[in-house]
Design a protein around this ligand. Sequence first.
Ligand SMILES: [Zn+2]
Length: 465
Amino acid sequence: MAKVTSYGGASMVTGSCHLVEIGSIKILIDCGMIQGELWQENYQPFGFEASKIDYLILTHAHTDHIGRVPKLVKEGFRGEIIATEATLDIAYIMLLDSAVLLLEEYETQLRKALRRGDEALVQEPLYTKEHVEQVFAKKRRYAHYDEKIKIAPFLELSFHNAGHIMGSAYLSLFFKEENGEEKRVVFSGDLGSKNRLLLNQLTPLRQANTLFIESTYGDREHRPLKESIKEFNEVIVQTLQEGGNVVIPSFALERTQEILWLLHQMHQEGLLQNCHVFLDSPLAIEATKIYHKYPSELNKELGLHVSLGDDPFSFPQLHLTQRRKDSMEINDVEKKAIIIAGSGMCTGGRVLHHLKQRIWNPKNAVVFVGFQVKGTLGRDIVEGEQFIRIYGEEIKVRAKIHTINGFSAHADRSDMLQWIQKMQGLEHIYLIHGEPDKLELFKVYLKENTESKVHIVKKNETIYV
Ligand SMILES: [Zn+2]
């Protein structure tokens, strides 16, 4: 019997962190950052002893699945890390970036507090670059898709392609009960939607006894990808034709590479003449290098381009602006610029100065290609705010605002159902990683469409499987 306790990513969408105990072995699956309103909870104790964890498994390198790993190490984790090589490569750059942001935020808060005279109340950064380096000095093992890894005589695990982002995996745990019966428990991590632009599709699974599944989009169906690509192309072509500029707030990982691939194809169709494309995000530039490193993870179409010597993430109009100075110089480009910059929800980063520079001008367009969380500047713009504040200045929104939602990296409910329905012998489905109302809707949907028992996991709840 295995004991599974969800210390994060249960009845919430971030902070994924699940502890599996089988015999004397303790395995932690993901150790993500809690994002949004509950961010302060990252400072709270994990709820278990970091030093007692034998294995840390990372399903993929999104912050909500890896963001507290340096904290885990800081608090005494001494075990082994198991993940795909691509996930660990991406995790390294993501966590270093996160440590820099944490330090910047700390310094800002400290400056303000010094002026107020209450600097003693300012919290230290959650972790530093040194803690990140310590993570990657730990013993680690690279997992390969569909290969079993023996942990103990009674316990094996295997990773399978989740088709979500580069390196992403879902996980099978195989263990023997005392009566000799073998059980397979699956943890989905985040699952990719079908028809991903860059990656191979989610691997089907023929058998499982128990499934813990992410439920982020358990309440909806995504728009077809083709429609979104068409809309994206039209906005770009029209704005450029009218002599305007396009600002694309984008996430550094996966979404940026998808946008580069779409622009690459537009270039090949002759649609990007006399324009300049700027990838203005050091993190996205680093992440794109990792996409180059693992061509075998790319889908057939991209793989074909790579084998012919074509770089799907590059084209002659593309400029990579690493330095802040180069980023500022983009301001001098008056027309026909396409600027891809983070952060994806306009909560910080270089996109802010581009918005300040461009959003007041009706000739320009701002294209949102990812979900905008409530309370972010991105969400305000998408919802039609007429005035926004950037760096303390009020700016009127006159640019055309477009929201293209079909690029989701998450499976929708029918993608997930199709995947689940292929599994023989699935007795229990446990729902994790979703907002409470969406979890309820997904539960109803699964009960209607499967024979399995469905349960919504609460935070800190222990499940025996
Ligand atoms: Zn994810």
